[in-house]
Design a protein around this ligand. Structure first.
Ligand SMILES: O=C(O)CCC(=O)C(=O)O
Length: 271
């Protein structure tokens, strides 16, 4: 079970290791609702005009981005801008996460990206070693906390995340996001890597500097996850000086009244 508070002991563990298992923050009912919701978004039963989606096109074998829903398929690789969905927003604003964000970020907290990541059945691509930062993100400071949640059980067999515990303490290894072969050999040698298996519904706090990757999914079921990156609400885009949607503090989005996402916030892809 998840504990109700973010204790000093947990904080010390997070500072040391760069990740912290938060347990089952979602109830079984809420997990099932989120899973149903993301399938409804993929199938087009629930639609948002300003939602960036990345589809694996089975005809061309290529990934392609769409703005809003175009094709009914459970093979979407990635869907962003989920804070405009009341169910995902309510989850991101869970009291546990609020408490952690207050400690790690502050009182005014915005969301850099709220992202569904999918490894559809028989997915043969890996996600290379990276940190969740980068010059390519185009924002004026690097976020430090992400909550990653397994929507399906993630195991070694279906491409769970792999991490190098403590690697966040190296600071920014590569401003370009993905690591070079030399950097992988140096910072992520095999003996230092662990598989971050997780049960469906389990949430894990990740430091954005923590090195991570994930493998292929050769199984016949999808391996879905949801991750949200929380940051200081003063963080702006470098090109247009835009702020990001607020999750905690003054002006925070409310699941009862959230109504789409303004088009200017989805024109450029920052994440
Ligand atoms: O779920 C995964 O496989 C990896 C997710 C990831 O790299 C991320 O959330 O930054």
């Amino acid at each position: 079970m998840a504990s109700d508070t973010y204790s000093d002991k947990q904080h010390a563990q997070f500072v040391e290791q760069g990740y912290l298992r938060l347990g089952h923050v979602l109830t079984d009912g809420d997990l099932s609702n989120l899973r149903q919701r993301i399938d409804d978004i993929m199938m087009g039963n629930i639609r948002y005009q300003h939602m960036r989606m990345q589809l694996f096109d089975t005809e061309t074998g290529q990934l392609r981005r769409t703005m809003g829903h175009e094709v009914a398929s459970l093979a979407y690789r990635r869907i962003d801008d989920l804070e405009q969905d009341p169910l995902f927003l309510a989850y991101m604003q869970h009291g546990r996460f609020h408490q952690i964000a207050q400690r790690l970020v502050g009182e005014q907290v915005s969301v850099f990206r709220s992202m569904f990541m999918n490894k559809p059945a028989n997915w043969d691509q890996t996600l290379a070693w990276h940190q969740d930062i980068g010059a390519g993100w185009g924002i004026d400071s690097n976020p430090t906390m992400t909550i990653w949640t397994a929507l399906d059980t993630a195991t070694t067999d279906n491409g769970c995340m792999q991490i190098v515990p403590g690697s966040h303490r190296q600071g920014i290894v590569n401003e370009r996001h993905f690591l070079s072969e030399e950097e992988i050999a140096h910072y992520a040698p095999e003996h230092a890597v662990i598989d971050l298996e997780a049960e469906a519904g389990e949430a894990i706090l990740l430091h954005n500097f923590l090195l991570h990757r994930s493998g292929t999914n050769p199984t016949d079921s999808s391996r879905r996850a949801f991750s949200a990156t929380y940051m200081d609400a003063e963080t702006r885009t470098k090109d247009t000086a835009q702020l990001f949607p607020i999750l905690f503090g003054e002006g925070a989005l409310d699941p009862a009244s959230v109504d789409g996402k303004p088009p200017d916030l989805v024109q450029t892809f920052y994440g």
